[in-house]
Design a binder for this molecule. Structure first.
Ligand code: PSU
Ligand code: MN
Length: 305
């Protein structure tokens, strides 16, 4: 069995109830216990309060689970040794019947296999700073280039090279849409200072853009940049200083490959007295609300209601 869709998600899909996908790397590698589990459950609640069904995605004993239950989410939050699974890892984790946490890339792959078109997360991977030397470019970007899922995020953090990330997405034909904003959001703070081409008026307008992309059969994702709420936003200079420290430390400890992002996240949380964690939680709740509304508006268009 490749994927197992929970009864609740299956029913929603069969009855045109909008479904919103959620990833599991943010649970196992992005936040410490118990905040990870609390956040994951609250995000589901926010989505369901908007009249959608949440489908948290992960891999259990080699099977892609679309719609983990609360017990499974708890296990993803606690269990040690769950591997971070990106596109290249997926078939091996299945062959070895392992548990795996899905990144943005893998969540997109499994969501699209289940015909789920909207996915909410915190931040995506991107082109890392100094990628000219390291070649460190997240597989998330190639997935956005090829897989038909709309990803709602709070932009990308300055652990990445944001201008290069935008260039990469442009080259691969991925629209980057500002939700009621002119500039790319910078995860912990509202504004990266980088201008986006499109400021979208509301969720309905974003849904229309998805609709036309699908009608035209243009393969690939759409990235929605939804700025963190004002009250949760961290001062750019302060957070960038912490990010710089984290990057230096990662370099010193020779952290490489898929360990880079989790290392930086936990270093920054520790050295901001969890301010970064609070911001991370606030922005994902905010994304859940907007993502659910986009899924609803898109369902209306698809079903011509
Ligand atoms: N950014 C975050 N939190 C996260 C991640 C990114 O703020 O948890 C995770 C996501 O799952 C994303 C992955 O897909 O890290 C990117 O990892 P990499 O750069 O190794 O592709
Ligand atoms: Mn990487």
């Amino acid at each position: 069995m490749l994927i197992k869709i929970s009864d609740k998600v299956k029913q929603a899909l069969d009855n045109n109830v909008p479904v919103v996908a959620l990833e599991s790397t943010i649970i196992s590698h992005g936040m410490p216990y118990p905040f990870n589990v609390q956040t994951a459950l609250n995000v589901e609640k926010i989505i369901e309060e908007q009249g959608c069904v949440a489908a948290t995605i992960g891999i259990i004993d080699g099977v892609g689970i679309i719609g983990m239950d609360h017990e499974e989410i708890e296990q993803f939050g606690k269990k040690k040794g769950i591997v971070k699974v990106s596109r290249r890892d997926l078939p091996i984790v299945m062959a070895k019947k392992m548990w795996g946490a899905t990144t943005v890339a893998t969540t997109m792959i499994l969501a699209s296999k289940a015909n789920i078109e909207v996915f909410v997360t915190g931040g995506i991977g991107g082109v890392h700073r100094n990628a000219q030397q390291t070649f460190d470019i997240s597989a998330d970007l190639q997935e956005l280039a090829h897989t038909n899922v709309t990803v709602v995020c709070a932009g990308a953090k300055a652990i990445l090279d944001l201008p290069l990330t935008l260039e990469y997405l442009e080259t691969f034909g991925v629209p980057v849409l500002g939700y009621k904003s002119d500039n790319l959001a910078a995860f912990y703070s509202k504004d990266s200072g980088l201008k986006l081409d499109y400021n979208m008026a509301d969720e309905a307008e974003i849904a229309k853009a998805i609709y036309y992309k699908r009608k035209l059969d243009l393969k690939g994702g759409i990235l929605v940049s939804n700025p963190i709420p004002n009250e949760a936003s961290i001062d750019n200079d302060y957070i960038n200083q912490k990010i710089d420290e984290a990057l230096k430390e990662a370099n010193k400890q020779n952290i490489k490959g898929k360990d880079v992002t989790p290392f930086l996240l936990s270093y920054i949380a520790k050295h901001t007295q969890n301010k970064s964690l609070d911001a991370n939680i606030a922005l994902i709740y905010n994304n859940a609300k907007i993502g659910a509304n986009i899924a609803k508006e898109y369902m209306k268009l698809k079903t011509d209601k």
